[in-house]
Design a protein around this ligand. Structure first.
Ligand SMILES: [Zn+2]
Length: 278
């Protein structure tokens, strides 16, 4: 069933587990995400980034996710990831997304608060929850995100930001990166603990790919309730294609799409299982 993201994350916060938010692009990626969640009997968040609006029909995509969610026995939420434009957020709200992320992390705190607050007012009128970010993730390898500068989240600014904006969940920059790590990950768990003590909203970890399982588990203990996963899933699917090319195979498109889905499912299920924290 389709549910509000906030409902899923509040439950995760109470019960000390996290929910996977998978970046998706088409039918097969959505099917893989929902099946992975069903296998593990856990909720899942389907996330579409604003940067894919030029290639993915947002209204059509939303209808697709809602139809698949209604057939599923696990809670499914539909989330707009990293949106920079108010117009994109309004478009997503209008066609039924259950949460939106406004990324004002490039602005200073005052301007980020002003812009985020406006988004919260619009979204909450429609019953849609809002994620926002202060600090900024650096860009690792194989990432498809905007370049960030790697500024970590300051706990006192986080408190001021959450109190002033009324956001529902906060993306905290604690050293994870978008994409895969260049070298050893350097995750600041002490900082995460300070952020958790400063704010009471569920916290979001961007850059789940490549983060060691033990560290992911520790972040869940320290308040992370949503983990964004993109690169590892993408790499698994593209590796399948590379393998076809290397073997000089030319499978039919229908086979390619189905095989890519089958390749992504176990990677996604691995994350869902890890985050379930059982
Ligand atoms: Zn992100």
């Amino acid at each position: 069933m389709l549910v509000n993201t906030n409902e899923i994350l509040k439950h995760a916060q109470q019960e000390k587990y996290a929910v996977a938010a998978f970046n998706v692009y088409n039918l097969e990626t959505v099917q893989a995400a929902i099946r992975a969640a069903e296998q593990e009997n856990q909720p899942v968040i389907i996330a579409l980034g604003e940067r894919y609006f030029p290639t993915v029909d947002v209204e059509g995509f939303s209808a697709l996710v809602k139809a698949l969610a209604e057939k599923s026995h696990v809670p499914v939420a539909l989330h707009l990831d990293h949106a920079y434009e108010k117009e994109s957020i309004i478009r997503a709200i209008r066609c039924g997304f259950t949460s939106v992320m406004f990324d004002g992390s490039a602005y200073d705190l005052t301007e980020n608060i002003r812009r985020t607050k406006e988004i919260v007012e619009i979204a909450h009128m429609a019953g849609v929850s809002v994620e926002a970010e202060i600090g900024s993730l650096a860009k690792g390898e194989f990432s498809d995100e905007e370049e960030g500068d790697g500024t970590l989240t300051d706990p006192q600014s986080a408190k001021e930001f959450v109190d002033a904006t009324g956001i529902d969940f906060l993306a905290a920059a604690i050293g994870t990166v978008h994409g895969l790590y260049k070298g050893e990950p350097n995750i600041d768990l002490q900082l995460l603990e300070e952020i958790q003590q400063a704010v009471d909203v569920p916290l979001v970890l961007h850059g789940g790919s490549g983060t060691p399982d033990a560290i992911v588990k520790q972040t869940i203990e320290l308040g992370i309730c949503k983990v964004n996963v993109n690169t590892e899933v993408s790499m698994a699917a593209v590796s399948y294609l590379q393998n076809c090319f290397e073997k000089k195979q030319m499978p039919h498109l229908s086979t390619v799409m189905a095989e890519m889905q089958h390749t992504m499912e176990p990677i996604m299920a691995k994350f869902v299982r890890l985050l379930a924290n059982k």
